[in-house]
Design a protein around this ligand. Structure first.
Ligand code: HEC
Length: 103
């Protein structure tokens, strides 16, 4: 009985961790769709567009959810609000994992 309980508990932990961690490859594919047009290859930054690579995952997730909610952060937030609107929670987690992994 005890073994079954811990079996289910560890399975649940593995599943929830996978859901939270973000898929770097999926994030890379999503980034390639249009993020790179402004933020440059791998999020390195381009002209007036901020560098976003190598930042902490919680920071990136928070920024993207803030923009998605329509909240302004900097002077050019309107562009990002438009870009973040269609993102799902999973896409945000994947993008954050990908950008964090770019050093
Ligand atoms: C049309 C150009 C453009 C596109 C496309 C774009 N961004 Fe941005 N991004 C910006 C600008 C401009 C800012 C700064 C906005 C501000 O002033 O608040 C920004 C800010 C950010 C920030 C916050 C940076 C920081 O340190 O505060 C993140 C994270 C980000 N973008 C990720 C993305 C992702 C992921 C995508 C693709 C879904 C994307 N951007 C697509 C222009 C763009």
């Amino acid at each position: 009985m005890k073994g079954l309980f811990f079996g289910i508990l560890s399975l649940w932990l593995i599943i929830s961790k996978a859901a939270l961690a973000g898929d770097i490859e999926a994030g890379k594919a999503r980034y390639a769709q249009n993020c790179g047009n402004c933020h440059g290859p791998g999020g390195m930054g381009l002209a007036s567009y901020p560098k976003i690579k190598g930042k902490e995952v919680p920071y990136l997730v928070d920024r993207l959810k803030t923009y998605r909610a329509g909240t302004k952060v900097g002077p050019n937030s309107d562009l990002m609000i438009m870009m973040a609107q269609p993102l799902s929670d999973v896409e945000i987690a994947n993008l954050a994992a990908y950008l964090n992994a770019q050093k």
